[in-house]
Design a protein around this ligand. Structure first.
Ligand code: NAI
Ligand code: COI
Ligand code: MG
Length: 356
């Protein structure tokens, strides 16, 4: 029996998380696996119900689970709260920190049926399979922040970017290990021409590289990296980078696959891992059965593989998604001429049918 904590959150979160649950239940029936689910509040939904975006009870549910599936948090309704009560700063970031989830694996894979759904030419993205590893509990998002009023009017704002050797080393090591398991190629993304944190990052990458002589390493500055991802993404295999660079580059990479609604992720490093789509709460389409559930469903497949070692079951979900896309079913974000437009729920139903 596997205990899974569900944190639907806000916006499209409560629409997409139940789709992953339905797929997991279907997989459970087919392969005789028992999944037990416990739902907890997070983000704006938790603030509305309890006055805090990350209740202690939610942390307990997470810590008692074998894995966590998160939808997304945030939305305009909560944008003007005090920063520590906002869903992103008051819930998502502290959750990642408290659970020790320092490594965020974000695979960007172009599904063969969607090579021509990208805004780039099909031959540039076709066959793309990159693994972007984003450091998740350090950097600018977590540094001290403050505002000061200036005597002559206006304000000064201070954001602090902190990393320790140990924090960099553990995620970079994961990058080398991942490269070793895949195609022995690692790109480390930094801004070492300007940032001191990136200089330390690069020194550590260089030092660890001596332990991985079989891995071909290159350093690339983040601005060039953004450009290269659009120009020729297939030059990359495994990429490792700090928190904010990884956040931005993965949204960019998602578009190579057709839509941000396609990209799953796994956040690892603590006792319990968390799985979530890379996108946010998409308030513009929330509550309309328009959201693409595939990123969340593929996150559930990552959970089966990484946390539970259920390779057959994980592959069954991935193959079902492939089949449904091959059959021509599309949510609005990946819709193409001549294809069959479906909603969030109908896409899931097709994926469940394709499992059988
Ligand atoms: N992990 C999390 O909880 C995250 C939360 N956020 C929060 O989400 C809220 C909205 O942020 P945005 O910048 O608009 O980013 P977003 O990722 O929510 O949406 C960006 C665009 O992509 C579309 N989109 C996203 N997911 C989709 C899906 N599954 N299917 C179809 N279309 C999809 C949206 O409709 C929107 O047009 C903000 O409050 C933000 O802070 C943003 C990113 C991650
Ligand atoms: C609060 C943000 C850091 C969330 C986000 O954009 C992400 O994790 O991708
Ligand atoms: Mg993001």
């Amino acid at each position: 029996m596997y205990k899974i904590a569900l944190l639907p959150g806000d916006g499209i979160g409560p629409e997409i998380v139940p789709q992953a649950v339905r797929v997991l239940q279907a997989v459970g029936e087919k392969y005789n696996r028992e999944f037990q689910f416990e739902t907890a509040l997070i983000g704006g939904a938790a603030y509305d119900a309890t006055g805090h975006p990350l209740p202690e009870e939610t942390l307990d549910v997470c810590r008692n689970a074998d894995a966590i599936i998160l939808g997304a948090v945030g939305g305009p309704k909560w944008d003007n709260l005090e920063p520590h009560l906002r869903p992103e700063r008051g819930a998502l970031l502290p959750l990642r920190k408290k659970l020790g989830l320092y490594a965020n694996l974000r695979p960007a894979v172009v599904n063969p049926a969607l090579a021509d759904a990208s805004t780039l030419k099909a031959d540039i993205v076709s066959g793309l399979d990159v693994m972007i590893i984003r450091e998740l509990t350090g950097g600018l998002y977590f540094g001290e922040k403050r505002r000061e009023d200036l005597p002559g009017g206006g304000q000064k704002v201070v954001e602090t970017l902190e990393y320790t050797t140990a924090e960099i080393e553990r995620v970079v090591r994961l990058g080398f290990e991942m490269a070793r398991k895949r195609n022995k190629k690692l790109s480390s993304v930094d801004k070492a021409n300007v940032l001191e944190s990136s200089r330390l990052w690069r020194e550590i990458v260089e030092r660890l590289a001596e332990e991985y002589p079989d891995v071909e390493l290159n350093h690339i500055l983040v601005d060039n990296c953004a450009m290269q991802l659009v120009r020729n993404p297939k030059q990359f295999d495994v990429m490792v980078t700090e928190n904010m660079f990884g956040d931005i580059l993965t949204d960019l990479a998602s578009q190579l696959t057709g839509s941000i609604g396609m990209l799953p992720s796994a956040s690892l490093g603590g006792e319990v891992a968390l799985y979530e789509p890379i996108h946010g709460s998409a308030p513009d389409i929330a509550g309309k059965n328009l959201a693409n559930p595939i990123a969340t469903i593929l996150s559930a497949a990552m959970m089966l593989r990484i946390s539970f070692g259920l390779e057959t079951e994980a592959a069954a979900i991935e193959q079902a998604v492939d089949r449904v896309l091959q059959q021509g079913y599309r949510t609005g974000d990946i819709m193409q001429p001549g294809k069959i437009k479906v909603g969030t729920v109908e896409m899931t139903e097709e994926i469940i049918k394709a499992l059988e």
